[in-house]
Ligand binder design. Structure first.
Ligand SMILES: *Cc1c(COP(=O)(O)O)cnc(C)c1O
Length: 380
């Protein structure tokens, strides 16, 4: 079976060594970078930042979009703006890239791991509701974890591999229990649930433009929100909390240097112009994989119902951990850079002692999941 899968992957990509994900620069990248350099405005904030923010806001339907240095810091700041305070707990999934949990830690808060849903690989609404119903209570006007006594300050789901999680249901639960919802949409630019873009269902959402994401700015990220106050606070805090003044330096808070440089935004603007085409091409690649794999005893992780996924990272589920491991070993020996999904956070030494509920789906998926090359293909 492996040989059939390797041949299928080789059919999609011309290279001898096939990376998991590489960027494509086929549009106005060179032109905008040259224009940016010629203007000398390469550093923090400039017209490309404004244009890139407007393009992302318009594509996602978010009222506000604030460009930042990377997705991890965007997530950290979004959590902080949502009110995540030191010593509180943030409900999140264990099956995620480490940045999700790290952003919680940067706030001085503690990640609390819940299981994922087998269909979407994102946070399970059933697990969330069950946990809130059975293990939390209101104390002094705050929802607290009954076991630890710590307040629950936010819920942070992630759209795994670009597939929208059951975010409308999660949003409804968070509304009922009055818990701020922040979405890690780092992988899901171009993914929609019932026509609404991922990252726009909660109080705040975040994107990443790292080199392996569907579009890249080299390094970069963005906060999405419909809340004007939070958008203003995000802009202020990411530019060292400096008050507007023609020549004095007055900072009214301890801020951060987290804004995206203009030169990165020049790249981003050229990239987002190509996004609809990238999404189309990634969906075509997924269709090719899906059709060819249908005859094999392996599960192709498909887009959930009512969704349009960007298929950021195509993923296979094998029958056993052993089968997954031998697939990954053989693929890599052949120059096909297939990868495991992330080791679940509760299995990492750094997060092992964090509060967690039963995680059977997370563990099962991790044991069986292998991601296969998913770049946008160069077509003539
Ligand atoms: C890529 C990614 C991030 C942010 O990554 P940066 O490299 O900091 O831009 C956050 N969460 C998830 C799930 C990611 O995949």
């Amino acid at each position: 079976m492996f040989e059939t899968i390797f041949a299928l992957i080789r059919n999609q990509f011309p290279q001898d060594k096939i990376p998991l994900h590489e960027p494509r620069f086929v549009g106005n990248e060179q032109a905008y970078l040259a224009e940016c350099i010629a203007s000398t405005m390469v550093s923090s904030v400039g017209s490309f930042v404004d244009q890139f923010e407007e393009a992302v806001a318009s594509y996602t339907g978010s009222q506000y979009a604030i460009a930042m240095v990377n997705g991890t810091q965007a997530l950290f700041l979004a959590l902080k703006l949502a009110g995540v305070s030191p010593g509180s707990e943030v409900l999140t999934q264990s099956l995620t890239f480490v940045a999700t949990a790290n952003a919680i830690s940067y706030c001085g808060a503690i990640p609390h791991f819940l299981d994922v849903d087998p269909e979407t690989l994102g946070l399970s609404p059933l697990a969330l509701k069950k946990y809130l119903d059975e293990q939390t209570e209101i104390s002094n006007g705050q929802r607290i974890n009954r076991t630890s006594g710590r307040p629950i300050s936010a819920c942070l789901p992630m759209h795994t591999c670009g597939h929208p999680c059951r975010i409308a249901e999660l949003a409804e639960i968070c509304r009922t229990y009055e818990i701020p919802l922040v979405e890690d949409a780092a992988e899901s630019l171009g993914s929609f649930l019932q026509g609404q873009h991922t990252g726009t269902f909660g109080l705040l959402g975040t994107l990443s433009f790292n080199g392996n994401k569907i579009i890249t700015t080299g390094g970069g990220g963005m906060i999405l929100t419909d809340n004007q106050e939070l958008a203003t606070a995000a802009r202020h805090l990411t530019t060292t909390a400096k008050q507007a003044h023609p020549y004095e330096f007055i900072h009214d808070e301890i801020g951060y240097n987290f804004r995206m440089p203009n030169i990165n935004a020049a790249l981003g603007l050229a990239q987002i112009e190509r996004l609809p085409d990238f999404v189309r091409q990634k969906r075509q690649l997924a269709t090719n994989y899906r059709q060819a794999l249908a005859a094999l005893p392996v599960t192709f992780v498909d887009e959930p119902p009512d969704c349009q996924s960007n298929f950021w990272l195509n993923t296979l589920l094998f029958d056993s951990a052993q089968q997954k491991t031998s697939f990954l070993e053989q693929a890599n020996q052949r120059g096909i850079f297939a990868r495991s999904l992330w080791r679940p956070m509760h299995q990492l030494k750094i997060y092992r002692n964090c509060p967690q509920e039963a995680l059977p789906v997370t563990e099962n998926i991790y044991q069986r999941a292998a991601s296969i090359p998913s770049s946008v293909r160069i077509t003539s």
